[in-house]
Design a protein around this ligand. Structure first.
Ligand code: PXL
Length: 287
């Protein structure tokens, strides 16, 4: 194998389809989070990415200044179109914006066998707000996340703000992180990943994985990085890509954790606000 320009090793042509993954999420015009983060992560993980767009945000590094959601039927139709022809090995949800879209996504996933009771695993990242605190989910939609989305999820990946909104549990300690995992698991997902990134006092970043039986602590370094836009999306997308490649959930989550650590370590400044995490390291491994 010879090396092509820009330090990227040339790949022998294979003409074989890579595994496929679907993201059901919102567009970030700034390119750091949402659909854009998911697609570039899928690409970096060697997975063919497909999209069901739920909403279009008007956004840059300084924040979200507005969004328009799509009709729920358009979201359903996108899921049906790709599942019916191309096939979905794994899927994830991000920004879903409204209760109506959540209900439509839940039924569409059932129809095409995505989720706990189907053939393709479903990662639910219960996106509620941007890093700047801009709301990305109407408040009345939280109940639909709990009752319609979580029972269908293979893995849910809330941060601590989302944990508080969904369960009322405030997490400041490892013990409370376990209480939160139990409360979330009671809502029906097969696995819960309670991310510890927002527990700022902790010198480590410990994420807790729970399947209703066993707690697994995934400990990693805490980076003091100013540019972490799209971090949650990138982690959930890397887990989804690993599931699409056939990894069992604990291995896929461990892969996602390693992926996001490198992506945070190589995050870059952009605009006048918060820059994005970067999945590019995986495309140029010799760096
Ligand atoms: O990172 C959460 C997120 C997800 N989806 C969209 C976003 C954001 C954060 O800003 O804009 C579209």
């Amino acid at each position: 194998m010879t090396s092509a320009g820009a330090g990227i090793p040339a790949q022998a042509p294979s003409n074989t389809a890579p595994p496929t993954a679907l993201t059901i999420a919102g567009s970030d015009s700034g390119g750091g989070a949402g659909i854009q983060a998911d697609l570039r992560t899928f690409f970096a993980c060697g997975v063919h990415g497909m999209t069901a767009i739920t909403a279009v945000t008007v956004q840059n590094s300084l924040g979200v200044s507005g969004f328009a959601e799509l009709d729920a039927e358009v979201v359903t139709a996108q899921i049906g179109a790709v599942a019916g022809d191309i096939g979905v090995a794994a899927a994830k949800t991000g920004m879903l914006a409204t209760a109506e879209i959540i209900s439509a996504v839940a039924s569409a996933c059932d129809d095409v066998h995505i989720g706990r009771s189907g053939d393709a695993p479903l990662v639910v990242d219960p996106v509620a707000a941007s890093m700047h605190g801009d709301s990305l989910l109407r408040e009345e939609a939280l109940e639909a996340v709990r009752s319609e989305l979580f029972p269908r999820a293979t893995v849910v990946t809330p941060n601590l703000d989302e944990v508080r909104l969904l369960t009322g549990v405030q997490v400041h300690s490892a013990l409370q992180q376990r209480d939160a995992a139990i409360a979330l698991h009671e809502l029906g997902p097969a696995w819960v990943l309670v991310k510890g990134g927002h527990m700022r006092g902790d010198p480590k970043c410990v994420d807790l994985l729970y399947d209703g039986t066993e707690f697994v602590e995934l400990s990693g370094p805490r980076f003091d990085a100013p540019n972490t836009h799209g971090g949650g999306d990138t982690l959930a997308a890397a887990i989804t890509a690993a599931l699409a490649r056939g990894m069992p959930v604990p291995d896929a989550v461990a892969f996602g954790k390693r992926f996001i650590e490198r992506a945070v370590a190589e995050s870059y400044p952009l605009g006048k606000g918060i820059g994005p995490v970067s999945p590019f390291w995986r495309l140029a491994p010799e760096r």
